[in-house]
Design a protein around this ligand. Structure first.
Ligand code: G3I
Length: 357
């Protein structure tokens, strides 16, 4: 099992990170360079954040140091914002936007329309009422933060072939009310509400070498082409990349797909990067090294494509990872639960140096 040795850092630069021996050095965050800075503008590195970053000073400091782009995790989703039909609560969303503004870090809003995680009151409405709420929610959310956002995940996870819908679309309140047309409707309403923000279609699974994932990739390409042909504004495709080491994950398949997207006039963002290391049957120390190797190989693969403009992890510290909460992983992210660099940090830093401008 290859491992990592951290050479002594200079004042600001990563001198180098070579693979020999085992992990021999645990740096403190103040001793290591900022990840986004190491990319020197080749792409933006960032992470998803929510109230933990606002309430936990050590965690907030980690975002301020290492991130050049932030994605909202939970508080800008339809459910948390609209717990009932007659109440909308922007308080947490506003605090996230204020945090990012104070840190001068651009923000991606996640997510306007998703067939998951919707409140029960919405599911009880007629198709016409659901259509009304799509229009109203997109106009109110995008309009409220117009001119202050980097991009929006306008529609999240539009595909789930196992639902049996034609084209492999994910069923749910929006699809059931309007069919696949809800996607273009959401993009057109968002473009009206904020002509300055980039509009993104966000999806998972594309790094998997399975028949289901192939249907998702085909559906994503087809939908992007249809939106473009219809004159809708779509600026980016988000590839979540919740990586699960094993035979069904293929960086070659992912690379080929990013190449296909490169033939379209859209940017590619890696939007929810983490590693589901719970499936690794090995010691924690060996898992940390295996996760680090995957971070290195993955970032090398995606940064080889010029259309990849952002790499965003799904949270930044193991402490707040959904994978930890769900029991799917111990060490899925670049920083451990004490906000100290994991081996994955060093592999990201090494590869970022190699791809920096
Ligand atoms: O904040 C409340 C807390 O006040 C309350 O006490 C607690 C009780 O359960 O719930 C807390 O909210 C939870 C929220 O995460 C914040 O931790 C919700 O129950 C929980 O459902 C929510 O889960 C999030 C999930 O999306 C659903 O929104 C995960 O953290 C988040 O990592 C996950 O992220 C998704 C992306 O949006 C889309 N791609 C997949 C990714 C992972 O599932």
């Amino acid at each position: 099992m290859k491992s990592f040795w951290l050479l002594p850092f200079g004042a600001t630069e990563l001198v180098g990170c070579r693979r020999f021996g085992r992990v021999a050095y645990r740096a403190y965050d103040q001793e290591v360079p900022a990840l986004n800075a190491l990319l020197r503008g080749r792409a933006l590195f960032g992470a998803s954040f929510d109230m933990e970053a606002v309430d936990d000073p050590a965690y907030g400091a980690l975002f301020r140091k290492h991130c050049g782009l932030l994605t909202t995790d939970f508080s800008m989703k339809f459910g948390p914002l609209r717990p009932s039909m007659d109440r909308v609560d922007f308080s947490k969303a506003d605090r996230l936007i204020d945090f990012a503004a104070e840190a001068a870090i651009p923000v991606r809003g996640h997510c306007l329309i998703w067939n998951e995680g919707n409140p029960e009151w919405l599911k009880r409405l007629s198709p016409a009422e659901v259509r009304y709420w799509l229009d109203r929610h997109v106009a109110e959310m995008v309009g409220r933060y117009a001119g202050r956002m980097h991009s929006w995940d306008v529609v999240n996870e539009p595909f789930w072939p196992d639902h049996g819908a034609e084209g492999g679309f994910r069923k749910g309140v929006w699809y059931d009310a309007m069919g696949p047309g809800y996607i273009q409707r959401a993009f057109s309403r968002a473009a009206i509400a904020d002509p300055t923000v980039k509009l993104c279609l966000n999806e998972a699974w594309v790094e998997r070498n399975t028949p289901m994932a192939q249907k998702v990739r085909q559906g994503l390409l087809r939908t992007v082409r249809n939106l473009l042909d219809a004159g809708a504004r779509i600026d980016a495709v988000g590839l979540q990349c919740h990586l699960e080491p094993g035979p069904s994950m293929s960086l070659n398949v992912l690379s080929d797909f990013i190449g296909e997207l490169g033939e379209l006039p859209v940017e590619v963002y890696i939007t929810e990067l983490d590693v589901r290391d719970g499936s690794l049957r090995m010691s924690r120390r060996d898992a940390e090294v295996a996760v680090a190797e995957l971070y290195g190989d993955f970032s090398n693969t995606v940064l080889a494509h010029a259309n990849v403009k952002a790499m965003i992890s799904w949270q930044l510290s193991d402490k707040y990872s959904w994978l930890r909460k769900e029991g799917f992983g111990q060490t899925p992210l670049p920083f451990d639960s004490n906000m100290r660099p994991n081996p994955a940090y060093f592999e990201l830093a090494r590869v970022f140096c190699e791809h920096s401008r």
